[in-house]
Design a protein around this ligand. Structure first.
Ligand code: NG6
Ligand code: CA
Length: 517
């Protein structure tokens, strides 16, 4: 036998071995979730934006499957991320709304998450970027010592974190269990109630600011920008906003390079395009829409760096890349950054109504693109899909069994994700204070008190004391409330929503939820 033949025979044997070991052929592609912050459905050119060109995101869409009807679970960050990682609707749990920067961990150590499932499947797992799910035990993390109750305790092998958000103190990175570059002789102190230490605040010293708040954000000044919360100490560890995208993207690329030879999972959660929008000088002024548009270009660049790395390492066919966002767009989110003035005709939510903080689809229908060269056929999918399903879908993909109580609301939608099923979910729930349910073409919004417009951000919240019913197929902009015309559909959907709430979980219980009257 010549050498070629021998190696050919060996690889056939190896393939059969893999086949029989797993009973079925378990696939172990690398998985990368690129999770933008506050990026709208209409903010990228492959979803219809014309005022801005997002070449790298467009490339993912050309080479992958572009979902038009995919959703995050909540219209703000903490609950969306909680659902993404745990497969449980965040509104089932108290304390899962937008967290301050000193909050304790809301996902308990040992809990099953996307990361722990993939780790069990043999993956090396990493999270780089915005966390916003709390750190440390009750009382919060020890910024000056070992940080416990961290991603490392729920299935991640590596973490490099912006602990909460860019606009919340402490303005430092956490790498694994330590604050990066902290000088122990200058300990960090954080307080969200009262001023701590003598660092100037935006309220007292606005003359020191390079970017001024429009609402809130007037506490401790770091890098010329006042934030939410007070801090002092940790000077050597402070981040520089302009370098943030470079810093975290470099970490993400290094993680990929380091783990190139074995399956890895990377959850890369960018700060872009959240406030404060302070892109690197090479993006500043490039969009013509001010910092918000420039931050979109910077996010697109980060996507490009990941794509280029995967290509350079020849991992295209071995890597599933997902690009999506944690919630919908907001224009003025608390800083005077000219986003409103320079918006022009650009529509951050595209054809959708509302945005971040909203029960309308602008809050929760997000861009979602899945590329896996050679496996996912490029195209567009109108299937109904939720980020909450990634956990059970990845478990199915990698041949992992979920325990009864794991991922209570995550469905195995692998065929939808891979483009083999065009229909997707029967229904899904969205959240922003109140709940909404989408089933087929219909969307029902629970009645609730509260303001119809959020004054500071000027968002249409979708709050209304009357029940709302929209036909998303004919009326994607949710303009015509049909609740009075179709009381029986309102009844059906509100009953379904009640069932979903009261069952406490929906995975493995479709029989309870299929009857509609
Ligand atoms: C709000 C902040 C907003 C943003 C948001 C969380 C003010 C006035 N507004 O409370 O700027 O930080 O919380 O955004 O403080 S999220 O994308 O992380 O959910
Ligand atoms: Ca967000």
């Amino acid at each position: 036998m010549n050498k070629k033949l021998i190696s050919g025979t060996l690889s056939v044997i190896a393939a059969n071995l893999t086949f029989s070991l797993f009973g079925q052929k378990a696939e172990k592609p690398n998985i990368i979730i690129i999770y933008a912050d506050d990026l709208g459905y209409g903010d990228v050119s492959c979803y219809g934006a014309t005022a801005i060109k997002t070449s790298y995101i467009d490339r993912v869409a050309q080479q992958g499957l572009k979902f038009t009807n995919a959703h995050c679970t909540s219209a703000t960050s903490t609950p969306s991320r909680y659902s993404l990682l745990t497969g449980e609707y965040a509104w089932r749990r108290k304390g899962t709304n937008v967290l301050p920067g000193d909050a304790s961990a809301i996902i308990a150590p040992g809990r099953t998450t996307i990361a722990s499932v993939l780790k069990k499947a043999g993956y090396t797992t990493g999270v780089v970027g915005k966390w916003h799910l709390g750190l440390g035990p009750a009382g919060g993390p020890d910024w000056n010592g070992e940080i416990t109750h961290s991603p490392l305790d729920i299935g991640f092998d590596y973490c490099f974190l912006i602990p909460a958000t860019g606009d919340r103190v402490p303005c430092v990175y956490v790498e694994n269990r330590r604050v990066l570059r902290l000088d122990p002789s200058d300990p960090i102190k954080v307080d969200y109630q009262k001023k701590i230490g003598d660092w100037p605040t935006g309220k007292e010293n606005p003359e020191l600011l390079k970017m001024h708040p429009s609402h809130g954000h007037d506490m401790t000044i770091v890098n010329g920008i006042s934030r939410i919360g007070y801090m002092t100490g940790g000077r050597s560890a402070l981040w520089v906003d302009e370098d943030m995208a470079d810093t975290i993207t470099r970490r993400a690329v290094q993680f990929i390079e380091k783990n190139r030879n074995k399956p890895f999972f990377l959850y890369f959660a960018t700060h872009d395009i959240h406030v404060p929008r302070v892109p690197h000088p090479r993006f500043a002024g490039k969009s013509g829409m001010g910092p918000r548009g420039d931050a979109i270009l910077e996010f697109d660049w980060s996507v490009g760096e990941i794509l280029n790395t995967i290509k350079r390492l020849k991992l295209d066919k071995k890597t599933l890349i997902i690009v999506t966002s944690d919630n919908g767009p907001v224009v003025d989110d608390g800083y005077k950054d000219m986003a409103v003035e320079l918006l022009g005709n650009h529509k951050p939510a595209g054809p959708l109504r509302g945005g971040k903080y909203s029960l309308f689809d602008g809050g929760t229908r997000v861009i979602f693109i899945a590329r896996w060269t050679g496996t996912i056929k490029p195209g567009t999918s109108d299937a109904l899909f939720s980020q909450i399903d990634l956990l059970a879908s990845f478990a199915a993909l990698t041949g992992q069994k979920l325990e009864e109580d794991d991922a209570p609301d995550s469905f195995n939608m692998l065929n939808t994700l891979l483009g083999k099923d065009k229909k997707g979910r029967e229904w899904l729930v969205e959240h922003s204070g109140r709940l909404t349910i989408i089933k087929g073409d219909w969307k029902y919004i629970e009645p609730g008190p509260g303001a119809k417009i959020q004054i500071n951000t000027n968002t249409e919240t979708g709050n209304d004391p009357m029940p709302q019913l929209y036909n998303l197929k004919n009326d994607i902009g949710e303009k015509n409330n049909l609740a009075e015309q179709y009381p029986e559909i309102v009844k059906e959907l509100s009953k379904l929503l009640d069932q979903i709430k009261s069952t406490g979980k929906t995975r493995n219980l479709p029989h309870i939820l299929v009857t509609s009257n």
